[in-house]
Design a protein around this ligand. Structure first.
Ligand SMILES: [Mg+2]
Length: 131
């Protein structure tokens, strides 16, 4: 994760796509713009999910068995949804760069926080609900 963050950071710097660190005004404008772009990429993930569900629905209407239709639709969108996930991660990395965050450490800290605050019974109940 660290090396990928560094690679994205260098790429974004080369392109001039980084979040501006040039004073409060420009930084504010740049933060808001990049947040808007991030939410656009997140919405593109939703579009791919919708496309997948539509494909599965149409296949079922044509007589393909439900699980099979779902799997085929999943395969159909996998590459494109991967691109949108990558776009979203690239924007998240911009924010991590701006705030000088170590994403890897932040994720570890977050997982630890979740593990220590979640009661065992709640975890068990959540696992059962997912089934
Ligand atoms: Mg995109």
């Amino acid at each position: 994760m660290k090396s990928m963050h560094r690679e994205l950071e260098n790429f974004q710097l080369q392109k001039g796509w980084e979040i501006s660190q040039d004073g409060a005004g420009k930084s504010t404008e740049s933060l808001l713009l990049n947040h808007m772009l991030l939410t656009t990429e997140i919405a593109e993930i939703a579009e791919e999910l919708r496309r997948m569900l539509n494909i599965a629905y149409e296949m079922k209407e044509e007589g393909v068995e439900g699980e099979k239709a779902f799997q085929l639709a999943k395969e159909e969108v996998a590459e494109d949804i991967g691109k949108e996930i990558a776009d979203s991660i690239a924007y998240l990395c911009k924010f991590a760069t701006f705030f000088q965050r170590d994403i890897e450490q932040d994720i570890r800290n977050k997982l630890n926080e979740i593990n220590t605050r979640t009661k065992p019974n709640l975890q068990k109940r959540m696992k059962e609900e997912v089934k």
